[in-house]
Write a new protein. Structure first.
Length: 80
């Protein structure tokens, strides 16, 4: 549900408007007949992921000795 309130009324009833927004509603704050702001609730913040720990999967990946050698011209030119 959306409701519109004047800025002076919003100053007087900010806590009630915050509760209204937390309940999933939207408040448009206006100056006279001009809307100037929208008050909505924020989405819940997800918990921070666990910190990564180096070395947990040692040996899971094997890198060949020539991994940093240039690729052959056939790769780049598409020649077979």
């Amino acid at each position: 549900m959306t409701t519109t309130v004047d800025v002076d009324e919003a100053k007087k009833s900010l806590l009630e408007l915050l509760d209204f927004a937390k309940a999933g509603n939207e408040v448009i704050i206006s100056q006279g007949s001009t809307p100037v702001a929208r008050l909505t609730a924020l989405a819940p913040v997800a918990p921070a992921p666990r910190p990564r720990v180096a070395g947990l999967h040692a040996g899971a990946i094997i890198t060949s000795a020539d991994f940093d050698e240039p690729l052959p011209d056939e790769f780049w030119l598409g020649a077979s």
